[in-house]
Write a new protein. Structure first.
Length: 128
């Protein structure tokens, strides 16, 4: 599977007539990343789009995937980090930062960290 937006990745490529694409590889999945308000989840073996994760109202600044590849967190300029289930496309959790959410990561599969434009760090423990 794969997901789309952000500003981090291993390899960049140009998208004709648009912003640059960035690629993030995680657990055998390849995630095309593009600055947008949504994330797209792809089945890499078939090339089919599986889900559009759309509930941000501003560009996504960062994306991270859990080590087991089942969840993704997105950090947006709309001040919200959001956690998604990659299999179903369902939203799992989200919260509001004091400023634009600029980065995010997981520690294991149940701890989410996010930073905002004011330099603040946020922590969310997901219930499993």
């Amino acid at each position: 599977m794969a997901a789309m937006p952000a500003s981090a990745g291993n390899q960049s490529d140009s998208h004709p007539g648009g912003p640059p694409w960035l690629w993030q590889r995680t657990g055998g999945a390849q995630f095309p990343l593009l600055m947008a308000n949504t994330l797209k989840v792809w089945d890499l073996s078939s090339g089919q789009e599986l889900h559009t994760l759309a509930s941000h109202s501003a560009p996504v600044n960062g994306v991270a995937v859990t080590p087991h590849g089942r969840r993704v967190v997105s950090a947006s300029a709309d001040n919200t980090p959001k956690v998604w289930d990659l299999q179903s496309g369902a939203g799992i959790a989200g919260f509001t930062c004091d400023g634009a959410a600029t980065c995010c990561t997981f520690k294991g599969s149940d701890k989410v960290f996010a930073g905002d434009s004011g330099g603040r760090l946020y922590y969310l423990k997901l219930q499993t």
